[in-house]
Each structure stands twice: as C-alpha cells, then as structure tokens.
Design a binder for this molecule. Structure first.
Ligand code: IMP
Length: 187
C-alpha cells in the first residue's frame, strides 16, 4: 500500500478522500520530519522524500506546500509554516493592510519514492488574500485565501468543494493517475 508521510491530519483527510475516488487506499504514516531551508518548494519536497528512505518503506510520498503572495514577492512561500505558527493569519492580514494587489497562489509539490526513483507532481491554484478571516473549515491559511472563480475562502468550503479545485488536489490527481497507470496492485 502507498504511504502518505505527514503529521498533518487535514492533509491526510483531503488526500485520502481524493484517493478513494480513484479506488486507491493509502496508509497514513503520522510522522514529523525535518525540512531543509530553501527557496524552492520542489527541492524541499524532494529532500524530505529522499531522507525518509530507510526510515519508511517505499512506496511512500510527502507533500510540501506554501502560500505565495505576489505583492510580497512570494512571501511567505518557503516560510509558510513558520509564518503561520508565529504571526498567523491575523499577522498576515496586518502586513497586507492597504495593499491593493492581493493576488496570491498556493503551491503543492508531492514527491513519490517508489524505491528506485523519486517522482514529483505539482499543483497550483491562483487566488487572492481576503481582507478578513472567514470560515472555520480546513487549516492553515484557508480562512484568508479565496481561489479564483469563487467568493468564498477555502475555510468557508466543505472538503469536497476545496478538493475540486485546490493546489493539493491538482498535485495528487497527477499522482493517483500515475499510480493507476503504472501499478496493477493499487491497494
Ligand atoms: P507544509 O506543506 O506543511 O510545510 O505547509 C506550510 C504551511 O502552509 C503550513 O503552515 C500549512 O498550514 C500551510 N498550508 C499548507 N497547505 C495548506 C492548505 O491547503 N491550506 C491552507 N494552508 C496550507
């Protein structure tokens, strides 16, 4: 069975729901791991995946994500986790006070280790930063991010609605389509 290594229950719930729509069962390896400091989400995701070899038995995958705000030249980007746990959404909205260009995007890079190689799948969703904290679903920056084509923040959507459009679901659709095409044993 494919394993998802993450300490984040919300990520696991989103991804396992999507996996079952592909008829794929995934196992949750609930584990925290150190991430390198780097400006590239791809490199952070790749490095995390690589260093779990020998700790977790392949096949397994990891998800590294971030929020990139254009007016802040991509900040918090690779510092998303740190910013979220320090100043949080309120602090972010303070920084964005009076800023006209509120465009931003979420990026997810999934890295899959099949034992012999590491493959990556990327998902990106464009949107904008809300002017207030809205909604109670989801996690992290969900209450301040409004995806393009919607007036609701991710936190005002249920899991299915977020999964229909999110950065994470785009990246994981790529992974699950790859698994379906290349593995006859899916469970
Ligand atoms: P990481 O992928 O766990 O390193 O995530 C970096 C930061 O972005 C954390 O603070 C997460 O809470 C936040 N984050 C990651 N994915 C999402 C999402 O789908 N919605 C809202 N915040 C997210």
């Amino acid at each position: 069975m494919f394993k998802f290594v993450t300490s984040n229950q919300h990520k696991f719930e989103e991804v396992s729901r999507l996996a079952s729509s592909y008829g794929i069962d995934i196992e949750w390896v609930r584990m925290k791991y150190e991430e390198i400091q780097d400006e590239s989400t791809e490199r952070i995701s790749y490095d995390s995946c690589k260093k779990l070899a020998g700790v977790v038995e392949a096949p397994y995958f990891v998800d590294d994500s971030g929020l990139f705000i254009n007016a802040l030249k991509g900040f918090p980007g690779p510092f998303s986790s740190y910013v979220s746990s320090t100043i949080g959404n309120e602090g972010l909205l303070k920084i964005m006070e009076g800023v006209e260009d509120r465009s931003a995007y979420f990026l997810t890079v999934v890295s899959l280790n099949e034992g012999h190689s590491i493959m990556q799948f990327t998902g990106k969703v464009m949107g904008r930063i809300a002017t207030s904290i809205r909604g109670s679903n989801g996690f992290g920056y969900d209450p301040v991010f409004i995806p393009d084509g919607s007036n609701m923040t991710f936190a005002e959507m249920d899991l299915e609605t977020k999964n229909a459009i999110s950065h994470r679901s785009i990246a994981f659709r790529g992974l699950f389509e790859y698994i379906k095409m290349n593995h006859s044993v899916k469970k």
